[in-house]
Design a protein around this ligand. Structure first.
Ligand code: F6P
Length: 340
């Protein structure tokens, strides 16, 4: 068999280990792999490179993706779709492994519906793919944010300030939740909960009264009213472009104005997406990549390798993509236990 593999959507730590797993698992079974460059763009434009065992050496510990990524939607225009189908035929791809989040996997499902041999691997630092317990990328990205919060704790304490840390997460607040929980924030704001100013200010004041400083974690997607810098445009998958992400700075202004506590903000942005994958992400990416190959070898096209409890299993695209996973009330209840 000739395997094709691609990485699409926002990159995250774990993509390279997943590529390594796909290539080595396929090679072990006697099959060759080619990698498409920059997500679906590479399939559309016929941009690819051979990926043999030597090409993936050392990838277990490398951030990013050696194939590159993009948010190209191959089904946005009929002409592009035709080119994608032509490339797969021309390159004689017997099995395509699409590694990505909801958008990349939705495109993979569409390709499968058109009769092409596709399997999926979920990834995203946002952790919001519905059909899997966790996605790789989340743990590494959140560890970066926790490290940032711990650094902010030192300086907030020295200067008796409040500091707001803004983290990624447009629609799902998993990174903020994980950062608040693992970093011991005094208040954590996620997009799943309507913004409430009074309890936030009360928590900041209580923390400052108890210890002389306060730490707030905010997801970029919380709704503070109209955003300055919003572009108003949409990406190829129809998602609104957020423009400048500045909820942290806006919250800092509000906190200082309402509590009188000197307040600063920090935005770590794409720093969260880089760096070596954490242990859990390396292992999860490896298991999912290898399982995707196994699914293809068993002829189980149209399935996505997902984590369910202790096991990695294949589920149909529809099941994996049914509902995006957002932060649930029980998690917020747990979080509130540790806030003042
Ligand atoms: O989807 C992952 C993600 O990191 C989001 O959390 C974030 O809002 C977005 O990507 C940023 O996208 P871009 O890299 O296109 O600015």
């Amino acid at each position: 068999m000739r395997f094709g593999v691609l990485t699409g959507g926002g990159d995250c730590p774990g993509l390279n280990p997943a590529l390594r797993a796909v290539v080595l698992r396929a090679a072990r079974a006697g099959h060759a792999t080619v990698g498409f460059l920059d997500g679906w763009k590479g399939v559309r434009d016929g941009l690819l490179r051979p990926l043999g065992p030597a090409d993936v050496h050392g990838l277990i510990s490398r951030g990013g993706t050696i194939l590159g990524s993009s948010r190209t939607n191959p089904f946005a225009k009929e002409a592009d779709t035709a080119r994608v189908l032509a490339t797969l035929a021309q390159e004689k791809i017997d099995a395509l492994v699409a590694i990505g989040g909801d958008d990349t996997l939705s495109a993979a499902r569409e390709l499968f519906r058109r009769g092409r041999p596709v399997v999926g691997v979920p990834k995203t630092m946002d952790n919001d793919v519905g059909g899997t317990d966790w996605t790789f990328g989340f743990f590494s990205a959140t560890a970066v944010a926790v490290d940032a919060l711990e650094r902010l704790r030192d300086t907030a304490g020295s200067h008796h300030r409040a500091i707001v840390l803004e983290v990624m997460g447009r629609h799902a607040g998993w990174v903020a939740l994980g950062t608040g929980l693992a970093g011991g924030a005094d208040a954590t704001l996620v997009p799943e909960e309507p913004y409430q100013e009074e309890p936030l200010m009360a928590r900041v004041k209580a923390a400052a009264a108890a210890r002389g400083y306060a730490l707030v974690v905010a997801s970029e997607g919380i709704d503070l009213g109209p955003r300055r810098g919003t572009t108003g445009g949409k990406d190829e998958f129809g998602h609104e472009l957020l423009g400048e992400r500045e909820v942290g700075a806006e919250l800092a202004r509000r906190i200082q104005a309402q509590t009188g506590i000197e307040t600063r903000s920090a935005q770590i942005g794409h720093i969260q997406r880089g760096g070596a994958p954490e242990l859990f992400d390396r292992i999860l990416a490896t298991r999912l990549g290898a399982t995707a190959v196994d699914l293809a070898l068993a002829g189980r096209f149209g399935e996505v390798a997902v984590l369910r409890g202790p096991s990695v299993v294949g589920v149909p695209f529809d099941e994996a993509l049914k509902t995006p996973k957002t932060v649930t009330p029980d998690w917020l209840d747990l979080l509130r236990t540790f806030e003042p």
